[in-house]
Structures are given as structure tokens and as C-alpha cells.
Design a protein around this ligand. Structure first.
Ligand SMILES: [Zn+2]
Ligand SMILES: [Zn+2]
Length: 293
């Protein structure tokens, strides 16, 4: 299934932008991250449209990302991003040719957070525009634990209505590199494939049905609740942590059957308290998100 249904691509960017604005108001603690993301969406939408319109070939991806998109990413980060990131970017770009960062990301190599940020923000819209051809420029295994299109790692797990009442909701993983989605079995670790229920941990916020069912409750969000007065309702009724005791990895899961307006790629960025909780329990995220969380 396509993350970008043909003919609705403009709608996807507008949906992401609107969701970022909406969540900025709802989650003050993620306001700065979402503001930066919103600025990046404008740059990424322009890059997506340009790449689509010019029918970019896979051979041109790295050059286009490095020469056209990356300078704009740097520009909006400089006006909207945190001071530390801005300083790191300036230092890094003085030392390395941007195309090297881009190529490392496309090859799936280990990178520093600042390198990954620049490469990922600059390449994502072009890979989305390329569709299936994105696979030609990206290295990585094509198996159930990686994106079948580009070989990237899963950023977020998504539960969505399947339209089949017998089958129940369908689980997909969304690629960190090209945003493609692929179907993946429920109650299976997205990092190592572990299926033994006793090895899989689900953490959800206190007050959610997920937490009541799993018995694993995130209580660490209380301090955040104080900033908005006393709240009877949870912050993240539609988000959970899927963690694994076998590989000690985790990723966040967005449940669209609980909030049909959620936009997984955006909501994942906002759920920082759940990330912090999972990391305090000793789990490592399968892959940090665009903003390095
Ligand atoms: Zn992918
Ligand atoms: Zn695992």
C-alpha cells in the first residue's frame, strides 16, 4: 500500500503541516520540535513537487538533495531550530561536502545525529517523489524487518482499520528513509521478529485502555500534566511503546482506530515523554526520528 496515494500527494503535505500546528498547541513540551518540523514540511513539500515535476532519475537524487534541498533545510533550521543544532550544522558543513552525508544516509551507514538530520530531511521528499524507484538509490536488506522498497528501518508502527471486521485492525511499519508503509504482524518485535508474548512489552499512558489491558503503565507523564493543570484524560490515548526484552529495542505505535485524525509521522515526533519513558526502562529506539528523538 502506498504512503502517498496517487493524486493526493499535495494533501499529504498539507495534512502533515496542519497536524504539526494542531499538536503544537496540544503538546507544549513538544512545541519547539513541532515548530521546526512545520518549517521543514514547507521545504520538503517544495522539494517533493520539484522532484515529481522534473521526473528526477535515481542517479540525480544525491546531487539534488545536497545542492538544492540541503541549503534550504539549513536555512529554516537556522531560523527555527535550537541553538545547539544550528552550531553543530555550521561546524559540520565547514568540514564536509554535503553530498558525502547524503550518500552515507542512502547507504544506511552509521552517522552522527547532525549528519543524519541533514541527510534525512533533505532526501526524504525526493525519495517519496521517486516512489518505487527510491529502492534503486538506497542500500539495505529487503526483508520483513526492513522497508521492502528501500531497505530502511521502521520509524513507527501504525494500527489502522482494515475494513474487514473479521480480520481486525491491520498493523503497518512506516519507513524512516522513504516513508513507504508495509504490513507487519501484530505482537511481533519490529526489530528482531520476536513473537513470544512474554518477551514483548507494551507501555502506554495511565488512563488509556491499552495501559489497563497490558498492565504496563507510564506514570512518568504526571509532571507534564501539571503544566496544563490537572487533566483527567491522557495525553496520548492513541500512542504506545512496543518494546522487546530480547533485543532491547522499541518503537512507538500510533493507533488510528483510536484517533483517526492522527498522522503517524507527525504524532511520533510529539510523543517525546513516551520515548523518554522507554529509554529510562533501558530500551533503545530502533531508529531515532527526523528530529533525533
Ligand atoms: Zn523505505
Ligand atoms: Zn526484538
Amino acid at each position: 500500500m502506498a504512503a502517498e496515494p496517487a493524486g493526493e500527494t499535495g494533501g499529504v503535505w498539507e495534512t502533515r503541516r496542519r497536524r504539526a500546528v494542531f499538536l503544537q498547541e496540544r503538546y507544549a513540551f513538544a512545541g519547539d520540535l513541532l515548530k521546526l518540523y512545520g518549517a521543514l514540511v514547507d521545504v520538503q513539500e517544495a522539494a517533493f513537487r520539484a522532484a515529481k515535476g522534473e521526473r528526477v532519475s535515481s542517479a540525480e537524487v544525491a546531487r539534488l538533495a545536497a545542492e538544492i534541498v540541503l541549503p534550504r533545510v539549513v536555512q529554516v533550521t537556522t531560523t527555527t531550530g535550537p541553538a545547539l543544532l544550528i552550531a553543530q550544522i555550521q561546524e559540520r558543513l565547514a568540514a564536509i561536502d554535503p553530498i558525502v552525508l547524503i550518500e552515507q544516509w542512502l547507504r544506511g551507514e552509521e552517522q552522527s545525529p547532525v549528519d543524519r538530520y541533514l541527510a534525512r530531511a533533505s532526501t526524504a521528499p525526493i525519495l517519496e517523489a521517486l516512489g518505487t524507484a527510491a529502492g534503486e538509490v538506497c542500500s539495505g536488506p529487503r526483508d520483513t524487518l526492513h522497508c521492502p522498497r528501500c531497505g530502511g528501518l521502521p520509524q513507527v508502527s501504525v494500527l489502522e482499520p482494515s475494513g474487514d471486521s473479521l480480520e481486525g485492525p491491520r498493523r503497518c511499519l512506516l519507513c524512516a528513509r522513504c516513508s513507504w508503509q508495509w504490513t507487519y504482524p501484530r505482537m511481533t518485535c519490529a526489530s528482531c521478529g520476536e513473537r513470544r508474548t512474554a518477551r514483548l512489552r507494551v507501555f502506554a499512558e495511565e488512563g488509556t485502555t491499552e495501559a489497563e489491558m497490558s498492565g504496563s503503565i507510564v506514570r512518568g507523564l504526571e509532571k507534564d500534566k501539571r503544566t496544563a493543570g490537572s487533566r483527567a484524560t491522557p495525553w496520548f490515548p492513541h500512542v504506545r511503546v512496543d518494546a522487546c526484552e530480547t533485543c532491547h529495542r522499541y518503537l512507538l505505535g500510533i493507533d488510528l482506530t483510536r484517533d483517526s485524525r492522527a498522522v503517524p509521522i507527525v504524532d511520533e515526533l510529539a510523543a517525546v515523554p513516551l520515548d523518554l519513558f522507554a529509554q529510562e526502562q533501558g530500551f533503545i529506539k530502533i531508529v531515532p526520528n527526523l528530529l533525533g528523538v
